[in-house]
Design a protein around this ligand. Sequence first.
Ligand SMILES: NC(=O)c1ccc[n+]([C@@H]2O[C@H](COP(=O)([O-])OP(=O)(O)OC[C@H]3O[C@@H](n4cnc5c(N)ncnc54)[C@H](OP(=O)(O)O)[C@@H]3O)[C@@H](O)[C@H]2O)c1
Length: 284
Amino acid sequence: MDTRGHDEEEPPKPVVLITGCSTGGIGHALARAFAEKKCRVVATSRSRSSMAELEHDQRFFLEELDVQSDESVRKVVDAVVDKYGRIDVLVNNAGVQCVGPLAEAPLSAIQNTFDTNVFGSLRMVQAVVPHMATKKKGKIVNIGSVAALASGPWSGAYTASKAALHALTDTLRLELGHFGIDVVNIVPGAIKSNIGDSAIASYNRMPEWKLFKPFEAAIRDRAYFSQKSKTTPTDEFAISTVAAVLKEKPPAWFTYGHYSTVMAIMYHLPISVRDFVLKKAMKG
Ligand SMILES: NC(=O)c1ccc[n+]([C@@H]2O[C@H](COP(=O)([O-])OP(=O)(O)OC[C@H]3O[C@@H](n4cnc5c(N)ncnc54)[C@H](OP(=O)(O)O)[C@@H]3O)[C@@H](O)[C@H]2O)c1
């Protein structure tokens, strides 16, 4: 072995940096699935205690990282490059759901959603790309959402943030292709995670609605829409996603999970039909 942990006879193991790896979520399952495929996994989250299960497992290098902080991102990216000399795969997984009617939801909550899902991902991209470009190789994986394919009521901020991320991903793929960097949009359907509980915790800090009080139950229900009986198990999603990402030529778009086919169809429906379906499904 050399000082950076390479086995001299084997090709170096891909170094994968993932954001938002708290236990119970998609990032955590992705970290485990990449490790199973013999990658060196830099698992990050806002607090190390949320990744306690990965402590003392040599396959993981754990770091605290808040995607909203320039300093935190720079510190971690520098630490990874110091330790391994490169970053092969960046997975922008950290994300927050935001429920509430757009006409009354506090702008601060909407901004927080974009600061995490959109600007947080872009902050990571800007920090990592110079290192990948030097090696003329790398993969950037953004976790989008099927929600962006059919924007329904009560989660407009989240859906808009994911639609923005999808658009950024398409542009990045073309711009970064010049530097040998593949860019992949992972578009999950409904996957078991902590997303509903986190959304409700934020929702409970919002003020009472004025016009939208009668819709309170439907709005709360929207937080858990992806977490009902037909939710796809997190590990199943992670294993399929990792297989797609680690391909020599990864796909530009990979969707998996409950509702992924339905939402792809919804995207192509006439708006009046789509509105009718979403109104029924989300009591909007
Ligand atoms: N679950 C689904 O059905 C579904 C569907 C489509 C897309 N997605 C997307 O999948 C990704 C993972 O979500 P999930 O479902 O696994 O939800 P989750 O269990 O709530 O995980 C979200 C992760 O993001 C982290 N995070 C939030 N703000 C952060 C910040 N400022 N800096 C760093 N990390 C931050 C959370 O950390 P804390 O634990 O500290 O809050 C947590 O680790 C998200 O981008 C989500 O939008 C999920």
